[in-house]
Design a protein around this ligand. Structure first.
Ligand SMILES: Nc1ncnc2c1ncn2[C@@H]1O[C@H](COP(=O)(O)OP(=O)(O)OP(=O)(O)O)[C@@H](O)[C@H]1O
Length: 334
């Protein structure tokens, strides 16, 4: 299966007022997603998930790293090439109401990307808008409504229709169902699955909700403090987590193991500030299993099983080192 989205060594820092040191929001992340597949990106609030998603779309300029979309070097694009490239990749935001202009009719919301990134005539834009309504299972009359006249679930379908307007190959879905009632969540997730199947779109699915990620993802990457600390096939990472942070995240969410026993992996203490990152494993200051060598260097992703890696020195020695998410060559540790 061909790699579709491939980002290497992504670093993103933000300068903040009143602080001489920048916030290191993303600290050397690799992302590889094969065409038509879903990578779920999980981690607590502030771990850098949205910043990674925005860097992949170049809605933010990474401070370091490379981003490839198919054959295209996204970060090397000049403005006009980038404008046309924006038709190939789009983002669906968490809160559909917040992300839509309340004064724009839905038709303008849906047609806007066509105006910005394509040269379609008005009549072709209208036809495309009607087609998009059918695709997301809404009625054509919704195009003449304003955002406040639609329900949360309908608005998120509009957010999806807008993202699909230019027939993109890649979508970043940033917590696309977190603001929705449970009763409409499943419908939106089913819609996304169907669209992916029918249109062959590649997804980066960002969420802190592990149940949703489990249902949506082929592979999962777990982020902590700007770093991917575990990644691999979704069933492996979520069913057999090896990094103490992933174990804590999962036990907080599930609180029972596969045999039905209650398990608790509690992390004490505060997450360190991304302005002042510790030198070794980012979890060292909170990890119940910490050893001296954890504080020396950031551990690489040690291979737990095929394609499943965890950046923890306690993963058995003598294993391979996984350099990135997805089907990439595996380097044997010396
Ligand atoms: N524009 C910005 N200026 C300064 N700091 C920022 C900016 N954007 C993000 N950050 C910081 O970068 C870190 C990562 O933020 P990010 O939003 O990517 O995390 P996240 O995992 O997506 O969290 P959430 O789930 O809450 O959206 C946080 O410490 C955040 O405060």
């Amino acid at each position: 299966m061909s790699e579709h989205i491939e980002a290497r060594g992504i670093v993103k820092t933000f300068s903040v007022r009143g602080s001489r040191a920048p916030v290191r929001a993303v600290n050397g992340v690799d992302i590889v997603i094969p065409r038509g597949r879903t990578l779920g990106l999980v981690g607590e609030s502030g771990s850098g998930k949205s910043t990674v998603g925005r860097c992949l779309l170049r809605l933010l300029e990474p401070t370091e790293g490379t981003v490839r979309h198919g054959e295209h070097d996204v970060l090397a694009m000049k403005p006009e090439t980038l404008r046309r490239h924006r038709a190939r990749a789009a983002m669906v935001f968490q809160d559909p109401y917040e992300s839509l202009n309340p004064r724009m009719r839905i038709r303008s919301v849906v047609e806007e990307p066509l105006m910005l990134h394509t040269d379609l005539e008005p009549s072709a834009r209208r036809r495309r808008a009607a087609e998009l309504m059918r695709l997301v299972r809404l009625e054509e009359f919704h195009l003449d409504r304003f955002p406040h006249e639609l329900s949360g679930g309908q608005l998120q379908r509009i957010g999806i229709a807008r993202a699909l307007a230019t027939d993109p190959e890649f979508l970043v879905l940033d917590e696309p169902t977190s603001s929705l009632d449970l009763s409409v969540r499943a419908g939106v997730l089913r819609l996304l699955k169907r669209l992916q199947r029918e249109l062959g779109i590649t997804f980066l699915f960002i969420s802190h909700d592990l149940t949703t990620v489990a249902a949506m993802s082929d592979e999962v990457a777990v982020m902590y403090l700007g770093t991917v600390i575990e990644k691999g096939p979704a069933a492996e990472v979520l069913g057999n987590p090896q990094h103490p942070y992933s174990q804590a995240l999962l036990s907080a969410a599930l609180s029972v193991d596969p045999e039905g026993r209650r398990v608790r992996h509690v992390l004490e203490g505060e997450t360190p500030s991304p302005v002042d990152l510790p030198p070794g494993c980012p979890l060292a200051s909170r990890c119940p299993l910490v050893r001296n060598d954890c504080r020396l260097a950031v551990p690489p992703l040690f291979e737990v099983s095929e394609g499943h890696g965890a950046a923890c020195v306690r993963v058995p020695e003598g294993t391979n080192v996984l350099p990135a998410v997805g089907p990439v060559p595996i380097v044997t540790a010396s």
